[in-house]
Design a protein around this ligand. Sequence first.
Ligand code: PGA
Length: 251
Amino acid sequence: MSAIQRRPLFGGNWKMHKVTADAEAYCAKLPGLVGESSAEIVIFPPAPLLRSVSAALRGSSIAVGGQDIHPDSAGAFTGDVSAVQLVDAGCRWALCGHSERRRDHGETDELIAGKGLAAVASGLSALICIGESAAEREAGRAFEVLERQLAGALAGRPEPFALAYEPVWAIGTGKTATPETAQETHEFIRDALSDLIGQAAAASKRIVYGGSVNPENAASLIAKRDIDGFLVGGASLDPDQFSAIIRSCGS
Ligand code: PGA
């Protein structure tokens, strides 16, 4: 049993939701709802809203992150956003390798490794996402897939980073992993991480869970030893729900 205290991390992944007026109303409300939270809280708005969300949250303890980045700092990459541009827009974090990016944009472990390195080279923290599909879990291959994704994404040894374990079958489906399944998987990930970066470093890393987290299931998940917070999609769109998740975890 580790004595290391890991500061809880809560990410709100807005995906392709909201326009400026919604975002500003949200940001006017969230800091008051979370109060003096001891947790690290990060909102991941879509790229066009980054600047207004950063401005609206300035002076609060809530940070902002980008949902994706290109591995290069500039160039002829239509539609992409660089880490340098995220920093310029007020970001402190970047999501790398979300399963919707892997699925819809063919992102490979190698590409995701490049994104993680680009993030930290610009002074951002990388929140690296891994997770198996339903078919992979049913075939008994979940751990093998996670180990491959982890080793691939961390090949360049980015630092600082945190991990998000998001089983694809639990994202947006209402099917949350049970606390036992999530803990068993987080423990496996921490052991695999330990093989890659050493036991002490692995023990200090946040591994957050994502996949249909809501105010009702958050407390029983975070009670588990290796679950250090959440990456929340749907329930993060409503500041009352997102703050209720954070508060239900005692943060
Ligand atoms: P969900 O999404 O909470 O809506 O399942 C989580 C995520 O994709 O980060």
